[in-house]
Ligand binder design. Structure first.
Ligand code: B16
Ligand code: MG
Length: 215
């Protein structure tokens, strides 16, 4: 019996991947490191530090430089998210959130981002969310189950009563490791391990999902 939904933020409710890309791209250009949109795809759902490591490859940098670069990229990103509005919600997101609330289902956010709170406020959905697990909540990043277990605990529900909606392979893996139901958004090659795979949330209703998850 499903009691709550935990939504990943970037790639599920909104598309901040492009803004993360612009932040990383500016940093990479300043450092003379090649980086493009294709390389950015590998950073989906990946923590800030792990993202920087992927961009730097085997170039040697001291810890202080790594810290400085993470802060610099974050300044660029924080500036970019100030321009976000409710228009930046992905198709189908608000309809599903409202329908779930109507049905008495609890709603949580499980995002790797340390900027999740700001993004949620800019999107105008703060009053629809019961709990937020973000980049400050746990130590172990996805694919570890910790972030989603933390979110379920905040919602006061058990893992088997929780549905995670994710767009990243590591996120689907984390949901399954937590013993939760997983809905994957995107290509099967990426999120095929999920119980239900959908192209996006557009046109998706709670009734559809409940039906598909019961098979
Ligand atoms: P920040 P999600 C993830 O969010 C993003 O997909 C990923 O690209 C980003 O590096 C990560 O958050 C950390 O974000 O630098 O803002 O702390 O998909 O888990 O909502
Ligand atoms: Mg994501």
């Amino acid at each position: 019996n499903i009691q709550g939904f935990i939504f990943d933020l970037d790639g599920v409710l909104t598309d901040t991947a492009e803004l993360h890309y612009l932040g990383w791209k500016k940093l990479a250009d300043e450092e003379g490191i090649p980086f493009d949109r294709e390389a950015n795809e590998a950073l989906r759902g990946v923590s800030r530090r792990a993202s920087l490591m992927l961009i730097l490859g085997d170039r040697p940098y001291a810890e202080a430089q790594i810290q400085e670069m993470m802060e610099r990229k974050n300044r660029y990103y924080v500036e970019l998210i100030q321009n976000m509005t409710p228009q930046d919600l992905l198709p189908g997101a608000i309809a599903l959130l409202d329908e779930l609330r109507q049905a008495g289902i609890k709603i949580g956010i499980g995002s790797a981002s340390k900027n999740a709170q700001t993004v949620i406020e800019r999107l105008g959905i703060a009053d629809k969310i019961d709990a937020i697990a973000d980049g400050y909540s746990v130590q172990e990043p996805k694919p570890a189950p910790d972030l989603f277990l933390y979110a379920a605990k905040q919602l006061g529900i058990e893992p088997e009563q929780s549905v995670v909606v994710e767009d990243a392979a590591a996120g689907v893996e984390a949901a399954l490791a937590a013993g939760m139901w997983a809905v994957g958004l995107g290509p099967v090659e990426r999120v095929g391990a999920a119980h239900v795979v959908l192209p996006s949330l557009e046109g998706i209703t709670w009734a559809d999902l409940r039906e598909q998850l019961s098979h």
